[in-house]
Write a protein that binds this ligand. Structure first.
Ligand SMILES: Cc1cc2nc3c(=O)[nH]c(=O)nc-3n(C[C@H](O)[C@H](O)[C@H](O)COP(=O)(O)OP(=O)(O)OC[C@H]3O[C@@H](n4cnc5c(N)ncnc54)[C@H](O)[C@@H]3O)c2cc1C
Ligand code: FES
Length: 273
């Protein structure tokens, strides 16, 4: 049953149509969620409720929209299974339903030719959607600690006009180094930077882009309870005072949000690289 809460997002029971573990501990779920896919923009997210069959009451978890197929109403999320919520969500099988609230938040602006996309670990999820949203020449730097954690299937990134640069800290796949080190080589010739990943990576990219006067947008993560701007639990410091990551973000202009603040590490960030 569909419950329309507000014009721009909905809360709906959505059937899972496909489940795939792309690597050990990394789950990709596809839903039939036409009311979300119609409006969803790259950088937006959904709050995923726990399976009713689990009998557990836990807060829903925020996951980026990784891609959509609007024609067929299909929506993909891609996450690391680490905590209790992700673990429960990853137990659902095709045919069962989960409650999805979304699409939520503010996404990325449309990338122009020469854009640089930088993903650290599970920061790849929203950047897949962004990379798919255009065919202009653009480069994606996909960084991970090691090849085993580079969980996004290569074919998901095989897109017209997209150059993919893989980088691992131990050199087990692609170039050896950090996503930031490699990105710094590309930033001077880029028209804009779009990034998602560990806070440290976002801070370094923001600084490198600002030095060259290049526009940059970052997708920021905070713990979330409501996902719709009501509880103020996800506030971050910005130039304009505290803002809510779920409602005013998660994408912010890099220069406007304080990326130096301590925050609780999330799975994306602790294990994500
Ligand atoms: C807008 C947004 C989009 C996200 N997209 C993705 C995605 O596409 N793929 C993905 O793998 N993860 C994503 N995350 C992170 C994911 O929501 C959290 O890791 C989530 O807590 C996982 O739930 P869990 O039950 O597996 O872990 P939990 O048991 O909830 O938490 C595990 C650990 O992470 C901490 N934590 C939980 N949530 C957060 C948070 N949001 N920020 C900081 N620390 C947290 C907890 O304190 C604990 O230490 C996103 C987060 C946000 C805010
Ligand atoms: S999670 Fe409640 S205001 Fe953002």
């Amino acid at each position: 049953m569909k419950t329309l809460i507000k014009q721009d997002y909905s809360l709906e029971n959505c059937p899972v149509t496909e489940k795939l573990f792309t690597a050990t501990g990394f789950c990709r779920l596809t839903f039939y969620a036409p009311s979300v896919t119609t409006e969803a923009q790259p950088g937006q997210f959904v709050m995923v409720h726990m399976p009713a069959s689990s009998g557990r009451y836990m807060l829903p978890r925020p996951y980026s929209i990784c891609s959509v197929d609007r024609e067929n109403g299909q929506l993909v999320i891609f996450f690391e299974v680490g905590g209790r919520g992700g673990e429960l969500i990853s137990t659902v099988e095709p045919g069962t339903t989960l409650r999805l609230l979304g699409p939520l938040g503010r996404g990325f602006p449309k990338p122009q030719a020469g854009s640089l996309l930088v993903a650290g670990g599970m920061g790849i999820a929203p950047l897949v959607f962004l990379a798919k949203s255009t065919t202009v020449p653009r480069t994606l730097i996909y960084g991970s600690r090691t090849a085993a954690r580079m969980a996004c299937p290569r074919e998901d990134l095989d897109l017209p006009g997209l150059t993919v640069v893989e980088v691992t800290e131990d050199g087990s796949r692609g170039e050896r180094g950090t996503a930031c080190e490699i990105a710094e080589r590309y930033i001077p010739s880029s028209s804009a930077v779009f990034a998602c990943g560990p806070r440290q990576l976002l801070a370094a990219l923001a600084e490198a882009a600002a030095e060259r006067d290049i526009a940059a947008w970052v997708s920021v993560e905070e713990r979330m309870a409501c996902g719709i701007g009501a509880c103020l639990g996800c506030a971050v410091r910005t130039d304009q005072g505290y803002m809510r990551v779920c409602k005013d973000g998660p994408v912010f202009p890099a220069g406007e949000v304080n990326l130096q603040d301590e925050h609780t590490e999330c799975l994306c960030q602790s294990g994500g690289n």
